[in-house]
Write a protein that binds this ligand. Structure first.
Ligand code: PMT
Length: 212
């Protein structure tokens, strides 16, 4: 299969030296790319800024902002059989970017934020993707309810939820513990393991579910 994977954070610039970001390291997305390649698939890895070396055989597209990630996904998704959205995309960007470094003024500064497009939510209606669609849900509460709602609202075949309120799993950790939600089936939890092991199990599940 040809698999598109998004990974890492986005950076939403405030001025040439400052940005709004998040704690995603890219480890989960890169582990999924490696596991896909090891299982014999082709990978397009669309990555925000991370300190990781991409798997040699992946086609890598580097982006910084949510809008750049949106365009990269739009341009590649319909070449793929499966799309997996592991990136932590900034939901908001600064309305007006300052071309020069903002100076201290001694006064309170207010930034106006505008919503970024929902890339995963655009896959079906916006981009017309008809392949197997996999989303993640980073939740701090009501994991099951929020994940089931995201599965339906974003048109996913499979949604992988992680509880990012726990320090030892989720963002920027070596390990993860996920619960998978499939349409019309009860949720299934995987034990806490290295992101590499979790990725192998997820790719195995995606292979089996996408080919039926
Ligand atoms: O990179 P790591 O340090 O390994 O951490 C990544 C992770 C382990 C937390 C990863 O598993 C994860 O949960 N990634 C998704 C984080 C996230 O942004 O979740 P969300 O619930 O805010 O978004 C739901 C889904 O919509 C995600 O698939 C996300 O990629 C997608 N999305 C969100 C907003 C947006 N504007 N566009 C999107 O495509």
């Amino acid at each position: 299969m040809r698999i598109l994977i998004t990974a890492g954070p986005t950076r939403e610039p405030i001025d040439p030296v400052r940005f709004i970001g998040n704690r995603s390291s890219g480890k989960m997305g890169y582990a999924l790319a490696e596991a896909s390649i090891e299982a014999g698939h082709e990978v397009i890895l669309i990555s925000g800024p991370v300190a990781l070396t991409p798997p040699e055989k992946a086609e890598i597209i580097q982006v910084e902002t949510a809008l750049q990630m949106f365009e990269a996904v739009r341009d590649s998704i319909n070449e793929c059989d499966v799309a997996i959205f592991a990136a932590a995309v900034g939901d908001y960007r600064v309305e007006s970017f300052s071309d020069s470094k903002m100076k201290k003024t001694g006064r309170t500064v207010t930034l106006t934020l505008v919503e970024n497009p929902d890339i995963l939510g655009s896959a079906r209606g916006g981009f017309g993707f008809a392949g197997y669609l996999v989303g993640f849900a980073a939740e701090t509460e009501n994991v099951e309810t929020n994940a089931s709602e995201k599965l339906a609202r974003k048109g996913c075949d499979l949604l992988i939820a992680n509880d990012v309120s726990r320090k030892e799993i989720g963002f920027d950790s070596e390990q993860n513990e996920v619960t998978v939600f499939l349409k019309d089936r009860s949720p299934h939890s995987f034990p806490q393991e290295s992101k590499k092991e979790v990725a192998k199990k997820l790719i195995d599940l995606i292979e089996r579910s996408a080919s039926v």
